[in-house]
Design a protein around this ligand. Structure first.
Ligand SMILES: Cc1ncc(COP(=O)(O)O)c(C=O)c1O
Length: 416
């Protein structure tokens, strides 16, 4: 496409976006001069002029990179055979994917129910908890679980709840990382509770809890007969350099949610996993929960192939190694910005957060990174934090590109 044609195409898209999707998005895209994204492969996303951008964002989805060839092949094969199921007969991919997913899950999580998005997985987790007698949910301040009404009720950020309250009743928030307050809240009421946590808060600003926290949470849940639900939608399947964040402390939750990486960067899919005891309500009544598109063949073939690739290519170990290499390199590359601009760089595996001293500096930095053609992520519950969630398949020239861009963007903040 010539620059003039691509300019016209972009203007039309921004007009449609403004008039029919979202005025604010269109304005931001226009102000920042954001290009259109047209195609992708591995760590790269190409715009309308076929210029590559290095994807270190994508809200944690692309651990395998974009369009992993094995996942694409499996999905294309399925597309040519049978993309959506009737629900009248037995569609095999869902069963294969459930077996694959539970085989890599923490011990005891025997059942998996596939849905289309992370928020839906959280909805089902809450529904299972309720059906198991939990009339209270204790969630963490700063936690993020999605934006459907139920998921929003347990999300610890009031910005997205404003104007919608009261949401789901019976939800209480405790500080993340503080087991004493959790114990006190659990002990304050004899009603059965479910405790919902992320092992590392991603949208909360890459907040890593103290060592031993998850293990103590598990013990406190046992003590008060509370169900433990781990939201591993962003942290799971290798993002933190382990299969699951809760593996780091040998913790097995009663319910676990997953999504994002499960897509293989190809088809949206998420899932709720549960122990046989918690899942019994669904075994007794298979229609207790259902979804027209949840667990469709395209999504489940993508999920099963993703798990196979993660295993075969040892991508979880690769994420761990790459993460420990990158964290000090990134910290070094940002040094020029100094403590007046950057408060901390922290991370686990390939979930890395840069905390700025102000929201304005975080925004400015993200804009500089865009000019360097490196995509990063804004953080929903912590707007001073910019996240890097690179793929595990990053190559050495990509790493040089990333570090050079971080250096230049950090230098640009001096005196800002
Ligand atoms: C921990 C966590 N839970 C739930 C969600 C919601 O997932 P989705 O956006 O797919 O609904 C997210 C999304 O960022 C997340 O990070």
């Amino acid at each position: 496409m010539s620059p003039a044609d691509s300019g016209r195409a972009r203007a039309v898209v921004l007009d449609h976006l403004r008039d029919h999707v979202n005025r604010g998005h269109s304005r931001i895209a226009s102000l920042l001069g954001l290009p259109l994204e047209v195609r992708s492969a591995g760590a790269l996303v190409y715009d309308e002029q076929d210029t590559p951008h290095l994807d270190c964002g994508g809200y944690g989805v692309f651990l395998l990179g974009h369009r992993h060839p094995d996942v694409v092949d499996a999905v294309v094969g399925q597309l040519g055979r049978h993309p959506l199921s009737t629900r009248a007969l037995v569609e095999p991919n869902m069963a294969y994917a459930a077996q694959a997913l539970t085989s890599v899950a923490p011990a005891g999580l025997q059942y998996a129910f596939f849905v289309n998005s992370g928020a839906e997985a959280v909805e089902l987790a809450m529904k299972l908890a309720r059906a198991n007698g939990c009339r209270r949910v204790i969630a963490a301040e700063g936690g993020f679980h999605g934006k459907t009404l139920g998921a929003l009720s347990v999300t610890g950020n009031h910005r997205y709840r404003t104007g919608l309250e009261p949401l789901l009743p019976g939800v209480e928030f405790v500080p993340f990382g503080d087991v004493d307050t959790l114990r006190a809240v659990l002990g304050s009421d004899t009603t059965r509770a479910c405790v919902l946590l992320e092992p590392v808060q991603a949208e909360g600003g890459v907040r890593i809890p103290p060592v031993g926290y998850l293990r103590e949470v598990r013990e406190v849940c046992e003590e008060f007969h509370a169900l433990l639900v781990m939201d591993e939608i962003q942290s799971g399947l290798g993002r933190l350099g382990s299969w699951w964040g809760c593996d780091e402390e040998g913790v097995c939750p009663d319910v676990l949610t997953t999504g994002k990486v499960l897509s293989g960067g190809v088809v949206p899919v998420a899932a709720t996993l549960a122990t046989a005891e918690v899942y019994e309500v669904l075994n007794r009544d298979p229609l207790f929960h259902s979804s027209t598109y949840g667990g469709n063949p395209l999504a489940t073939v993508a999920a099963a192939t993703t798990i196979e690739v993660l295993r075969r290519d040892r991508l979880v170990e690769q994420a761990r190694g790459l993460g420990s290499q990158l964290l000090p390199q990134i910290t070094g590359a940002l040094a020029a910005a100094g403590p007046h601009a950057i408060r901390e760089v922290r991370g686990r595996g390939l979930l890395i957060g840069i905390e700025f001293t102000s929201e304005a500096l975080a925004g400015l930095f993200l804009t500089h990174m865009l000019r360097e053609r490196v995509l990063t992520s804004y953080t929903l519950n912590a707007s001073r934090v910019i996240r890097l969630t690179p793929p595990a398949i990053l190559e050495s020239d990509h790493i040089c590109w990333l570090l050079r861009s971080l250096e230049r963007s950090a230098a640009a903040l001096v005196g800002a």
